[in-house]
Design a binder for this molecule. Sequence first.
Ligand SMILES: CC(C)(COP(=O)(O)OP(=O)(O)OC[C@H]1O[C@@H](n2cnc3c(N)ncnc32)[C@H](O)[C@@H]1OP(=O)(O)O)[C@@H](O)C(=O)NCCC(=O)NCCS
Length: 177
Amino acid sequence: MTDLEYGLGKQGSDYGAGDPRPKRTVQFSQVENIYVIRYENINPTGRLFGGQLVSWIDEVAGACAMRHTGLAVTTASIDNLTFRRGAYLGDRVVLLGRMTYVGRTSCEVRVDSYVEDKEGFRRLINRAFLTYVAISEEGKPLDIPYGLEVNSVAEQARWDGALLRRGNRISRKDVGF
Ligand SMILES: CC(C)(COP(=O)(O)OP(=O)(O)OC[C@H]1O[C@@H](n2cnc3c(N)ncnc32)[C@H](O)[C@@H]1OP(=O)(O)O)[C@@H](O)C(=O)NCCC(=O)NCCS
């Protein structure tokens, strides 16, 4: 096992496979919100503003991170924002936020955004990964008191993916990107 596989990083995380903290499940902090697209949310071509969707994504993911950590959090990064399809006036947009990984002071949340039709069928329009850092009143990183309980093959796959993305973020930071 490499340091990365154990969740250790250059930022000094001490946790990973042998995480001694009490754990919370993915379900504990899962957040689902629904928004109906209004006139003020669309651009001149009648599509949902990308920036509006990012704002909703940050709201849902931030609520998820606050639930899991029980602490104030700040957005450290938003990445892999892929807009797969447009959404239009009157569409119901469902955002589902789930914790994928919890480090020492940071955690990652995946948000899937869907357009839901009248029958309840959902089409994925966006997938994003956001990193939050728990912070003190002075804005300094704080240790997160709860690890993440991984209970299924899908949750393990999301955790493994999060470790790869974490490694990429650390490399990017090293080169000033
Ligand atoms: C996020 C912030 C608190 C991190 O502070 P820092 O002194 O760089 O923190 P450290 O280097 O000690 O790293 C702390 C944790 O943050 C993670 N981190 C730091 N920068 C990161 C980045 N750009 N992307 C993802 N994770 C990051 C580290 O990996 C580490 O995680 P770990 O404890 O789980 O291993 C600080 O950069 C900050 O306040 N940024 C502004 C946040 C903000 O205002 N967001 C709202 C935007 S409008």
